[in-house]
Design a protein around this ligand. Structure first.
Ligand code: XMP
Length: 508
């Protein structure tokens, strides 16, 4: 099976290129522009990504084209296209007109394989400040728009193609056809990367790597750790022990439900009730980062203690996925720390375990597809993301057992109502926050002075940006009534209508 290498010059769209390539069932990997791997027989083609830089900038990222040019087919996208043109003696300069947004192809070279099946008028998405003004000898223009003469070119006698628009973006209507032409017609790759083939290769590699060794893995109840555990289980069976910690900050009845699902799946799971320990350590703590650190640290202590009960464990299994891996090597460096996201992991060095991360090359939607193929229950696969520190960062201010109980009840009504109304799957993430505010209310003839809760439901693709969901008023009204009538201690419900940015999804 051959793969595509995508060299990343720092564009916000690089991951999207990778996802589109994989949707076409071709395996690909992203590398920073200055860490191009060896182009051996396993590589079927190279794609150069866009970039926030201008090729005219002295600091612009550089790559030695001879590493892959004429060895495998090459596709330059946006900056990649400008880079190749510039490097070969063409001219690239800041564009005089706006080249941002939708445009239509007015010229297509009918002989060009890259545009096979794409018609004149096809909409493409432009997003560049510079433009290719002239191309060197031996280059041929293969597509253009009214404003962008060189929307695409080819180097004659080579399998080198370049486009200034973004085929990976939804608004480029025929972008997938174009990428498919590059992969199948030009690189001559096969569409052989599927969830089933991924599972076969991964399970057989895991068998080889792990042999008879024992592995422990911390389950969170979420998609990634569940799928990672299922894959490892398929390879080594009972040699995998999973640990699921009840930190006292889970959703209502979550511990029991999730334990049941894991048992049904045949996983060997140790469930640890450690709620009191977490709540004790969190007593009177109000700072969100401090809460995260305490919860993360306590998790490690509990995990460590449990793992000591097992003998001969050599490996730690983790549900790390591709975006975490790419981010840590991206051109722009790890993005600025806004909140310290503490997932299962980051165990102390003294545990001396080797890491096994079977999902480290998959995107989230691919993890779900693999999970489905493995027969992981839909309840686990389709559940909304839930933060590692759980309700600990949704009880604003200091945390007590009573406040957690109130929030669990509120959250349970909200989430069950989403399920009952068929709205759950159209929401990316939903939850409730218990605010450190009391407000006056009236119930019967009595004046009340009780807590306020905020409901939040967002749409998103990766949690990096999000918008609030326009839940129907009737639905919100019914949920609000139910919460105030049934949850003692709450007399007011508000709905969060902030997008991210500038707000975040969680309130802490
Ligand atoms: P924010 O609040 O940063 O959240 O917009 C983005 C996504 O990350 C989740 N989140 C966390 N997940 N540990 C986690 O494992 C954390 O500390 C944490 N904080 C936020 C959040 O639920 C959303 O899905």
């Amino acid at each position: 099976m051959q793969k595509i290498i995508i060299l990343d010059f720092g564009s916000q769209y690089t991951q999207l290129i990778a996802r589109k390539v994989r949707e076409l069932n071709v395996y690909c990997e992203i590398y920073p522009f200055n860490k191009c791997p060896n182009i051996d027989d396993t590589v079927g083609g190279v794609i150069l990504s866009g970039s926030p830089f201008s090729v005219c900038d002295p600091q612009a990222p550089q790559v030695d084209l001879s590493l892959f040019e004429n060895k495998v087919p090459l596709l330059g996208v946006c900056y990649g296209a400008q880079y190749i043109a510039n490097a070969k003696g063409g001219s690239v300069a800041p564009s005089k007109i706006r080249e941002y947004g939708r445009a239509n192809l007015q010229f297509i070279d009918s002989e060009s394989i890259l545009f096979k099946g794409i018609k004149i008028g096809s909409q493409v998405w432009m997003s560049h400040g510079d433009t290719v003004q002239s191309i060197p000898d031996g280059f041929k223009i293969i597509a253009g728009t009214a404003d962008v003469k060189v929307a695409a070119y080819k180097i004659e006698g080579e399998e080198t193609y370049a486009i200034q628009f973004h085929p990976e973006v939804y608004h480029s209507t025929d972008g997938k056809i174009l990428l498919g032409n590059f992969l199948f017609e030009i690189c001559k790759l096969k569409a052989d990367w599927t969830p089933a083939s991924f599972i076969d290769t991964t399970v057989s590699n895991l068998k080889k790597t792990l042999g008879n060794d024992k592995v422990i893995l911390g389950l969170s109840g979420g998609v990634d750790s569940s799928v990672a555990a299922t894959l490892i289980h398929r390879a080594i069976g009972k040699n995998l022990t999973c640990i699921f910690v009840d930190n006292g900050l889970l959703r209502k009845n979550e511990f029991e439900k999730v334990m049941q699902s894991y048992n049904d799946m045949g996983l060997n799971v140790v469930g640890v009730r450690a709620g009191d320990l977490f709540l004790n350590r969190l007593k009177a703590v109000t700072d969100p980062e401090q809460k995260r650190k305490i919860i993360g640290g306590t998790f490690i202590d509990v995990f460590d203690q449990e793992s000591k009960k097992l003998s001969d464990v050599k490996w730690l299994g983790q549900g790390t996925i591709y975006p975490d891996v790419i981010e840590s090597s991206s051109v722009a460096g790890p993005s600025a720390k806004i909140k310290s996201h503490h997932n299962v992991g980051g165990l102390p060095d003294y545990m001396k375990l080797k890491l096994v991360e079977p999902l480290r090359l998959l995107f989230k939607d691919e993890v779900r597809r693999v999970g489905k193929e493995l027969g992981v229950k839909p309840e686990l696969l389709n559940r909304h993301p839930f933060p590692g520190p759980g309700l600990g960062i949704r009880v604003l201010g200091d945390i007590t057992a009573e406040k957690v109980r109130i929030l669990q009840d509120v959250d349970d009504i909200f989430i069950s109502s989403l399920h009952e109304s068929g709205l759950y799957d159209s929401v990316w993430q939903a939850g409730a926050m218990l605010l450190p505010v009391s407000s006056v209310g009236v119930m019967g003839d009595e004046r009340t002075y009780e807590s306020v809760v905020a409901l939040r439901a967002v749409t998103s693709t990766d949690g990096m940006t999000a918008d609030w969901v326009h839940l129907p008023y009737d639905f919100l009204s019914a949920v609000s009534n139910k919460i105030i009538n049934q949850v003692k201690g709450v007399n007011r419900v508000v709905y969060d209508i902030s997008s991210k940015p500038p707000a975040t999804i969680e309130w802490e």
